[in-house]
Write a protein that binds this ligand. Sequence first.
Ligand code: ADP
Ligand code: MG
Length: 598
Amino acid sequence: MQERIVLNKLPQELVNQIAAGEVIERPASVVKELIDNSIDANAKKVQIKIVNGGMDLIEVSDDGIGIPKENIGNVFDAHTTSKISSLEDLNNLLTMGFRGEALSTIVAVSKVKLISKYMQEEIANEIFFKDSGEKILRSAAREGGTVVTVENIFGNIPARRKFLKSALTEYKKILEILIPYFLVYPNIHFTLIKDSKIVYDLPAIQNSKPNSVEKERLNTLLKEEYVSRMLKVFFDGGGTRISGFVAHPSDHQKKASNQYIFVNRRPIKDMGISRAVYQGMSRYIPHGEKVSFVLLLDIKPDLVDVNVHPRKEEVRFLNPFRVYSAVEESVRKAVENATSYRIENRDFGVSTIPQSKVYAPRDISFGKSRGSSVQESLLFSKEALSQSSYESNTQIQNFSTQDVTPSSIRNIFQIFNKYIVIEFDEEVLWIVDQHAAAERITFEKLKKNQKVNLELQKLLVPFEIEMSEIEIIGMEELREFFTKIGFEYEIQDNKVYISSAPVEFIKTDFKRFFEEIFSLSDDIRNISKEILRLEEDIYATMACHGSVRSGQLLRREEMIDIYKKLIDCENPYSCPHGRPAVWKMKLSEIDMNFERTY
Ligand code: ADP
Ligand code: MG
């Protein structure tokens, strides 16, 4: 016989615990809610104490306005808030909290005590719950502000407690939550005490405003040498104001680390904004490379919905495209200002930036050289070049695609093992960057995407690469794509065995090669979905590996081969990353440079 189905009305306590799981995922979520409350209370000093990754104790103490006696008994009730009273308020929100659910959920999953003294009252009050559930409310001693003590989080929900990670991991999650707050509230004195040791003591920065970034704090918090070179970003228009800092293009990196986005003071995550930043720099950094940034977006509250995520980690823009293009524009402006500023300085002989960092007209290798050729190929574009006063007379014409391609080579030779110099009967001289040219050739070949064009090579012994779990997923996801261009492989456990590869790639460091391809994706698990968007970037990365390198000695036939293949390219004038491949000079221009008129 079938059992009778019983509809249970859940006891309120259980309902609260279920709801709590959404807001309070782990100790870090408690820290976030408490800090939000202190900020909403206008605190100028906030002290955070963490014991055992927050699992044993989280205590946040502030000097804010405090809670009036008449309210203190209700702050732990669900949906009790002093911040909004109507739906209309929700649309004009500038406080961090608004749902009135933080304290009530924290209380549902841990042991909580709150002491507060309201600014306009003489005596502080405390509230806590006994194990029996009985609420105790009584007067207490405290000079001002509020302190909330949260102990034994999820102690009453063992299933949940079990899912917490080690104390160290939980502490790191807490730091991830805290650092953004430390960054955008330079006006607040924050102290973080971990297991009785002071980890951060950040006095308020004089005359600083909330919702702004100060380099001083940035320096202390990011602890990166590149902070000093970060560029100031600013934009104001169309209901959107953007401020903050973005890394100098020469400080690009493989990983998307130290990226902070705030929308109306709220730390959020948004891939679209990160992409817009890269886009704003795309002419200056290699494809797929990332940069660090701290961006503060202030958007009219009715143009952004903050109520879309249980922990408020995401927002929804009414018009995302507008926001993204504002970000892109602000970053582009910051970079362009910085580069032209330097060129001006150079003209006056003043150098404030180490020479290796200077973006100068012919300084193609500006930025750190990290040995990766993707990174080496720092980008130049016609526009970027045309900004410099240096080349205004000749170089722009040199990029013109309209002029006739010379055909009869009089002389061809290599200089510095990296450039091919070609003298043509047509009174033209070309200097070809051998790596950029070879990259362009391979890139276009790959783009045409016919494996028939690429000679395949079966490897005698399959080449074995150990990969991370996530990279293995990427290899599975991209199998069709890689097969199409000539890579064949088997996957076994955490190893990939390459059995065939296009002949161009035979000498490639396969491990690095795949790593670089995967680093183009925000999420390898979805890389096959992104393939349309990433296809060209992938080819560019591949081309970089499967091509003649800089520093490689070339035979005459090889030089001629590069030249011939290059002029057959759709765009022979730059490498796939946008760096020029050819520098052309007419004899008349050379003459002009020597003021030779005959
Ligand atoms: P919300 O922040 O969404 O209003 P909470 O549950 O976080 O909801 O807090 C409930 C109420 O308790 C707040 O609206 C506020 O009035 C009061 N409160 C909580 N923490 C503080 C604090 N540190 N200082 C002053 N008031 C506080
Ligand atoms: Mg709150």
